[in-house]
Design a protein. Structure first.
Lengths: 207, 207
DNA sequence: AATATTTTCTAACTAACGTTCGATGGAAAT
DNA sequence: ATTTCCATCGAACGTTAGTTAGAAAATATT
């Protein structure tokens, strides 16, 4: 019904169910949070029986792990790749602009995984916050180097602390998952105004 | 301990326990999220038995309600009062600066209630998101009027959409509950840089 | 067509949840 | 000293959570 046109020759239907379980889990996590997401509801959304989940995953935690990791990875790779695709001599301002756009686009257009990895991360047991921690750290480093590099090159004011600038900026972007409404504005418009404010501030240009 | 100086004559020890239960709930909610916060753990932290909670609250939901509402109210009133305390002729820039400072101060210094009302709101059942919704709406209106008024007075660039500016700004501030570390910097320093960035942007002042 | 393998279902188990309620201790009032 | 009322305890209830295991169905292999 919703399989790709070329069904895998040898016995891998399992992948399809596994994907549906993850999709259902990501959607439920995003909407109802960790506390109200039960295996039975996930199974219902995925169209199978609760017990059947255990053929694909060893535990509920393993599902959470998979969803969270996939979310962070999607954002991380989107930003990293969009930066890597730029010509080597791209000015720092442009690189920041691209990174902001890629981050927001991945967050808001790329399904439930990314939103969930932002919204749900703070409320899951520490035990499997740690599983995706290396990726999260790598992502922070990516931004930190981008901003610190820009500052060293003179593209960002020298009197700002990039260790404050970075979380303030990323917080502003991350929080969009709580309020952004696709029916109101395109993502690009949010990104454009965010970059505009970041660069020039909100005060009118004066004498 | 935290009562008014005139202890109630007749039998009001109940208030103390009630406060301890709320404190415990707020702390647990902040650290472990809604899903992993159980009545038995709250009772344990509060130093009483699980069943005893029901002498003070009718249900778990009532506790959540109380914690959430108290959190939003603290932030709302802190910002509202700090604005009301300003002289009537205070320029818009200064008013925004004060509001940002009050919001951050309430969020980061005022205990677990405010942080929880930010972090946990998105993951509780809609049924009692609605209880604190009026207050939340009022707070949004407060900011919206502050910013729109400033823009009308020419203190904010006319080409910015305050309906995008507001959530971007508040998101940046709200996200601090995820990363701010009191042992690193005072809150005022974060507030100062946030306002600086908001007003002037991060680009160097050029010719 | 028969067999072997992969996937799902059904039904149950245990633990923990929110909640209830009668018994119990201690402080205030008589 | 006795009574009254407030606050807590302790043990239990019904429900639902995550999880398990053997039977059954679906699919692939020969």
């Amino acid at each position: 019904m919703n399989e790709p046109d070329v069904p895998p020759r040898r016995g891998r239907k399992s992948e399809i169910s596994r994907g549906q379980i993850l999709d259902a889990a990501a959607r439920m996590l995003r909407r109802q949070g960790y506390g109200n997401t039960t295996l039975r509801k996930i199974a219902e959304v995925a169209g199978i029986q609760a017990g059947s989940i255990y053929y694909h995953f060893a535990s509920k935690d393993e599902i959470m792990d998979a969803v969270l990791e996939r979310g962070v990875r999607a954002v991380y790779e989107a930003v990293r790749d969009s930066l890597a695709a730029l010509p080597p001599d791209t000015p720092d301002r442009r690189r920041i602009e691209v990174a902001v756009g890629a981050h927001l686009e991945a967050l808001l257009s790329h399904g439930d995984y990314t939103s969930t990895s932002i919204r749900t991360y703070g409320e899951v047991p520490m035990a499997f916050q740690q599983k995706s921690q290396p990726l999260r750290d790598a992502y922070v480093v990516l931004w930190q180097e981008l901003l610190a590099g820009a500052q060293a090159a003179g593209a960002i004011r020298a009197d700002l602390d990039t260790h404050v600038l970075r979380p303030l900026l990323l917080g502003s972007l991350n929080w969009t998952v709580e309020w952004y409404d696709p029916s109101q504005r395109p993502v690009a418009e949010i990104a454009a105004q965010a970059v505009d404010m970041l660069f020039h501030g909100v005060l009118p240009t004066e004498a």
